[in-house]
Design a protein around this ligand. Structure first.
Ligand SMILES: NC(=O)c1ccc[n+]([C@@H]2O[C@H](COP(=O)([O-])OP(=O)(O)OC[C@H]3O[C@@H](n4cnc5c(N)ncnc54)[C@H](OP(=O)(O)O)[C@@H]3O)[C@@H](O)[C@H]2O)c1
Length: 296
């Protein structure tokens, strides 16, 4: 790649987030090849100018960098570090943007570097709307020179990608943020349940929280969904929050934090998933907190 030629980018994983992110790369003028395990989710990107590959290896064969927006670390191992694709990593830069644990990120990094590739982790905060608008908060774990080199690509996803530190640091920060999402959303659902069952006007609850220093903007985004029990369509599905919370618990145990409430959060979100809300928005945890069948 010379400085005047836009880098050729492969995107593996065109799910809820990967699809609009691939769209951002195309809009920014990068030649993009996409692959998705379920081909129907990749094909619509052909209308925006993407080449659609039939395998991960075919997607990365002629690429300068590959953006991974896959569900989890096992998906990354199956897709990139196994089979034909693993033999094509030499000279390729891997930009891993899904939410995985720091140790998993380091393991993927080692697998990529061992095969002659380069590795950046770049997990994101923000959801589908932010991905479509290029307003994600992009947190990067990489050597500084690699961060600088790939900034033009990272800027397609968010206006101000931030270098957090070496690989592992951005992954840790992302897990810390997602435990915050789960914690404050659950706490809000518990409060809502308490005041609803006491017969308090729910708009008073929302107003008073909003006027207080306890307020977080996410509360208003989730209020109607929780009150109306309308949890679809999902931005961030409950099954993915459950995946992240399990990573958070493992990480907290590994580094010696005492935070037993995290196990309770896993139980709550797992219950919502078991009740059929896995594909619903994670605010469906409110349905587990306040089950309809409970006596008021
Ligand atoms: N949604 C959000 O708001 C959000 C925000 C920030 C970060 N994230 C993180 O970003 C990542 C992607 O999230 P998403 O919302 O786009 O999820 P998603 O819609 O479920 O997409 C997951 C992608 O991973 C693929 N995949 C799963 N298992 C696979 C396997 N074993 N082999 C190959 N491909 C596999 C899926 O393929 P199929 O289509 O075939 O299932 C799909 O392309 C996750 O790590 C998530 O935690 C999500």
């Amino acid at each position: 790649m010379d400085d005047r030629t836009p880098a050729r980018i492969a995107v593996l994983g065109t799910g809820l987030m990967g699809r609009p992110m691939a769209g951002r790369l195309l809009a920014a003028g990068f030649p993009v090849t996409v692959w998705n395990r379920t081909p129907d989710k990749a094909r619509p990107l052909a209308d925006n100018g993407a080449a659609v590959a039939s395998s991960p290896a075919a997607a990365i064969r002629d690429a300068d960098a590959v953006v991974l927006m896959l569900a989890d670390a096992p998906a990354i191992r199956d897709t990139l570090l196994a089979g034909e694709a693993a033999a094509l990593l030499h000279g390729l830069t891997v930009i891993q943007m899904g939410t995985i644990a720091p140790a998993e990120s380091l393991e993927v990094a080692a697998g990529v570097v061992r095969r002659g590739g380069s590795y950046l982790e770049a997990p994101v905060l923000g959801s589908i709307a932010e991905a479509a608008a290029g307003r994600l908060l992009v947190m990067v774990g990489a050597p500084p020179a690699l961060f600088e080199r790939w900034l033009p690509v990272l800027r397609a996803f968010g206006p101000e990608p931030r270098l957090i530190g070496p690989p592992g640091h951005a992954a840790a920060l992302k897990l810390a943020l997602n435990q915050l999402i789960a914690t404050i959303t659950t706490a809000y659902a518990v409060g809502l349940g308490m005041v609803r069952r006491a017969g308090v006007d729910l708009s008073l609850w929302a107003d008073i929280v909003r006027s207080s220093s306890l307020y977080a903007p996410t509360f208003d985004k989730k209020f109607n969904r929780m009150v109306d029990r309308e949890f679809t369509p999902a931005n961030f599905p409950a099954r993915l929050l459950l995946k992240d919370l399990r990573l958070v618990v493992d990480e907290a145990n590994r580094i010696g934090l005492f935070a037993p409430f995290l196990e309770g959060l896993v139980e709550i979100v797992a219950r919502a998933v078991e009740a059929g809300f896995g594909e619903a928005d994670y605010s469906a945890l409110a349905a587990a907190v306040e089950p309809p069948s409970n006596p008021a």
